[in-house]
Design a protein around this ligand. Structure first.
Ligand SMILES: [Cu+2]
Length: 230
């Protein structure tokens, strides 16, 4: 019986080890939480100033309102007080991998100065972090190749922040603007000329056939005939 219990415990341990969970890190086939912190105060905070629940959606649908962008979060900016505790619910609405990475956090609490949530496809994750008191703007983004450049970039401001980061969709201008050049070839000019011609013909046909214009032209004709008879 003892041997059976030991074997059961060993198999359970090996199964559980498929999902790593240590020092604020959780990783399995579903996604990853790294450097979550729900109770350790930053050195410059005496207590938590406020508890803020933030839900962040990620997906291609949120990029539709931004020209030239492909991925985005549903919001591009969040404002919190110094020493706030943020409880993040991260929802990925896409069937592809997305992340939320917050950079610039104190390294003694958050290794590499980073807080990280990741979902390998559609799903939901929850984790908390506590921010220092410093007036600062933190970068929030998805680090997968081209996801930030294609719109998945936002900012988290503490105490109003210390300015806007560049290239935040709908908030700040990019350092390097995307160029959408028009191909002004001979074919394009010909197409515009033909379209303009058709538009003029269309307007003329409508004007000539309208009852008011017909009545007016009939009157003019009548007057002209009358003049010639005189
Ligand atoms: Cu992404």
């Amino acid at each position: 019986m003892k041997q059976f219990i030991v074997a059961l415990l060993i198999s359970c341990t090996s199964l559980c080890s498929l999902a790593m969970n240590h020092r604020g890190m959780l990783m399995d086939e579903y996604g990853m939480i790294m450097n979550a912190n729900s109770d350790q105060l930053p050195r410059d905070c005496q207590k938590i100033s406020e508890n803020v629940d933030i839900t962040i959606h990620a997906g291609q649908q949120y990029a539709e309102k931004f020209t030239g962008k492909m991925f985005a979060f549903d919001n591009q900016e969040w404002n919190v007080k110094p020493c706030a505790k943020i409880n993040i619910t991260f929802i990925n609405d896409d069937q592809i991998r997305h992340q939320i990475m917050i950079h610039g956090l104190p390294g003694y609490l958050y290794p590499e100065g980073m807080f990280h949530l990741e979902l390998n496809g559609a799903g939901q994750l929850q984790a908390s972090l506590i921010l220092p008191s410093q007036k600062k703007t933190y970068l929030v983004h998805c680090e997968l190749p081209q996801h930030m450049e294609k719109g998945m970039k936002a900012q988290l401001k503490v105490d109003g922040g210390d300015g806007n980061l560049p290239s935040i969709p709908g908030i700040s201008e990019p350092i390097k603007k995307d160029l959408y050049k028009t191909d002004w070839s001979k074919f394009a000019y010909a197409l515009i000329a033909i379209s303009a011609l058709f538009a003029i013909i269309f307007v003329l046909v409508i004007v000539i056939n309208s009852p008011r214009i017909s009545a007016l032209t009939a009157k003019i004709k009548e007057k002209l005939l009358h003049k010639t008879k005189l």
